[in-house]
Write a protein that binds this ligand. Structure first.
Ligand code: PLP
Length: 383
């Protein structure tokens, strides 16, 4: 075969790998994917239907619809606590599209992007596809994987172009405090690199409150948001980023080359999501909180340790007692017990010995899945 580029072999996400294995095995209890089981609230769906039936089915400006950018600016001001102008906003194909466009314009091949460890698998994949290297910085396991600014500082090199911070975090559920984020903004300023703040889970905080990095201190902060999790809109593929005007314009050009513009109908749905009633978000937050309580009390009964999350909708369960690495445990749990989870190693060395359980399924599936996980662990411990 004619040669492919070096990007053709970029490793795929271990989350997707587990998803495929789960799909190939009928009746699997699916605790692997961070895709809300709720359907998109009806007023959002209706806005999209209306737009489509009225012929709103064309390309839009590559930066996004003016009305949606206005709606984003209002929301950022009222909910995220900082001010931005519409021309500092780009509507993106989910947070994935935003992060890809950003890293494309922030880092040259050979540059480094600091990513949290444990951290979402997408950062390393996206960095790899832009030719940058993802350099992990360790989160502090003893504090439930909180930010350790000194560890970020140690990971900096002259090649660092951007630091990614993710609060609330996937997979740890840690939620950063204002002081830590302000210190990180300062660090990025001092070292002349960008701070990319991924706030995909901003709406799901159980203890404390979500704070946007850009609201903590002035500095080179770029914020990434998505409708995927907040409004159960993963399939609509719409998010937005907020960046200094020149960066926003460059990121929009990078996105334009790949998608021209985000789906017009999805943008109308996003506008309805941001400007319409927010009750469904509160209901989903309450449901995740209920599922988390159920899961943790069950694990307490089973005497299985876990890391208590303050936000997002995942739970890291400690399976070190199995005496095998997290990937071996996760594969055995799937094969022998029909439960799909993601091995901690997928998120970095810092999550080895843990598996990520997603709370995006009904309570009975969570109960049954964790019972089986408890039995798998007990069997291995006994063996
Ligand atoms: N950022 C984090 C931390 C995530 O967990 C995800 C998805 O799971 C994304 C970004 C991408 O979300 P989307 O592209 O659906 O907006």
């Amino acid at each position: 075969m004619t040669r492919l580029s070096s990007f053709a072999d970029v490793q795929r996400s271990a989350i997707r790998e587990m998803l495929e294995r789960a799909l190939a095995r009928p009746d699997t209890i699916r605790l692997e994917l961070g895709d809300p089981d709720f359907t998109t609230p009806p007023h959002i769906v209706e806005a999209a239907l209306r737009a489509a039936s009225e012929g709103f089915t064309h390309y839009t400006p590559s930066v996004g619809l003016p009305s949606l950018r206005e709606a984003v600016a209002d929301r950022i001001r009222s909910m995220n606590g900082f001010a931005c102008a519409p021309d500092e906003i780009v509507v993106t194909t989910g947070a994935c599209g935003g992060l890809y466009a950003l890293l494309r314009v922030l880092a040259d091949p050979g540059d480094e992007v600091l990513v949290p460890d444990p951290g979402w698998t997408g950062y390393a994949s996206i960095a790899a596809f832009v030719g940058a290297s993802a350099r992990p910085y360790a989160l502090d396991r003893d504090s439930g994987f909180g930010l350790d600014v000194a560890a970020v500082e140690r990971a900096l090199t002259p090649h660092t172009r951007a630091i990614v911070v993710n609060s609330p975090s996937n997979p740890t559920g840690s939620v950063e405090r204002r002081e830590a984020l302000a210190a990180l903004v300062e660090l990025a300023t001092e070292h002349d690199c960008w701070l990319v703040s991924d706030e995909a889970y901003e709406s799901f905080v159980f203890d404390g409150a979500h704070v946007s990095a850009a609201a903590c201190a002035d500095g080179p902060v770029i914020s990434v948001f998505t409708c995927s999790k907040t409004y159960a809109m993963t399939g609509w593929r719409v998010g937005y980023l907020v960046a200094p005007r020149e960066v926003a314009a460059s990121a929009a050009r990078a996105q334009e080359a790949v998608v021209s513009s985000v789906s017009s109908v999805s943008q109308k749905a996003a506008e309805a999501a941001l400007t319409g009633p927010q009750d469904a978000v509160a209901e989903m937050r309450a449901a995740y909180r209920g599922r988390l309580e159920l899961a943790t009390s069950l694990l307490d009964d089973l005497q299985v340790p876990y890391v208590r999350p303050a936000g997002a909708f995942y739970l890291l369960v400690d399976v070190a007692a199995a005496g095998v690495d997290s990937r071996t445990f996760a594969l055995a749990l799937l094969d022998a017990h029909g439960v799909a989870v993601v091995p901690g190693s997928a998120f970095g060395a810092g999550a080895e010995g843990l598996v990520r359980v997603s709370l995006c399924v009904a309570e009975d599936a969570i109960s049954e899945g964790l019972q089986r996980l408890g039995s798998a662990l007990a069997t291995r411990v006994a063996a």
